[in-house]
Design a protein around this ligand. Structure first.
Ligand code: CDP
Length: 239
């Protein structure tokens, strides 16, 4: 079903972008003093910060795994991150997002190297404007790298979708709310393995293929930005 609200006029989207254009993205690594690793991302109007602790002792102890570390990712939206104050604390949505991010990052972190430990990743959404799970996982993988946690590669993500019947990259909130479909995807860039793929809405097979190619290209651009952000922190240090 296509929406009535006109979100694309003469090829120009509500925020002035073209169909295949990303929002402005700024990333910074090592932004917090207390966690072992941290990163922040401003992705359009989204503001996200991630912090990593560990590998450290497992609490509660019965969760310990003698073959590998356990990875726990927690996605949390601040009460002031959305227009109507969000009730503080976990809800169904944040539990789901924490779960899919944990599963995605478990594919890259070399958990077997740290048996009987846990690694905690905290993702805080300070301002939300659609695409926060992807901004969150992108920040989290940078924070893990900053913490020196061994990984196969970073995880990079992006969103595409369908708005007014057209396939577009990186939906903003208005497009997410009133569009026809959104497709958040996260990949391991070196082999383009998919570690997260969700779809809210309906696409034909042709539309899906176009949206999928677009989102993978978007994620590869995000990957280049991630590598630059890491390089910025470490370029002047003896590592
Ligand atoms: O943020 P993401 O696109 O990953 O997830 P979503 O569930 O599709 O949410 C889309 C957007 O809706 C969020 O980024 C927020 O801007 C907004 N939202 C909100 O205003 N209040 C909530 N309780 C949840 C989401």
């Amino acid at each position: 079903m296509e929406t009535e609200k006109k979100l694309i006029v003469d090829g120009v989207r509500v925020d002035g972008r073209k169909w295949d254009e990303l929002r402005d993205i700024k990333m910074k690594v090592g932004v917090l003093k207390n966690p072992v690793g941290s990163a922040s991302i401003e992705w359009g109007k989204n503001k996200v910060i991630a912090g990593v602790y560990g590998p450290r002792e497992v609490i509660p102890k019965f969760e310990e795994d003698s073959t590998k570390a356990i990875l726990k990712c927690e996605y949390n939206m601040a009460p002031f991150s959305v227009e109507d104050r969000k009730r503080p604390g976990p809800d169904r949505r944040s539990v789901e997002i924490s779960k899919v991010i944990t599963e995605a990052l478990s594919s890259v972190v070399l958990l077997e190297e740290f048996p009987n430990t846990q690694i905690n990743v905290y993702i805080e959404i300070l301002r939300a404007d659609a695409g926060t799970r992807i901004a969150g996982i992108t920040a989290a993988s940078l924070a893990l790298a900053d913490a020196g946690v061994p990984m196969k590669d970073l995880v990079a993500g992006c969103t595409s979708g369908k708005v007014n019947g057209e396939i577009v990259l990186d939906l903003c909130k208005e497009e997410d709310n009133y569009g026809d479909c959104d497709l958040p995807v996260a990949i391991i860039p070196k082999n383009k393995e998919i570690v997260l793929l969700q779809m809210d809405g309906i696409l034909t097979k042709e539309e899906f293929n176009k949206a999928f190619d677009l989102v993978v290209d978007g994620a590869m651009n995000v990957y280049e930005m991630q590598k630059k952000a890491l390089y910025e922190k470490y370029k002047n240090k003896d590592v």
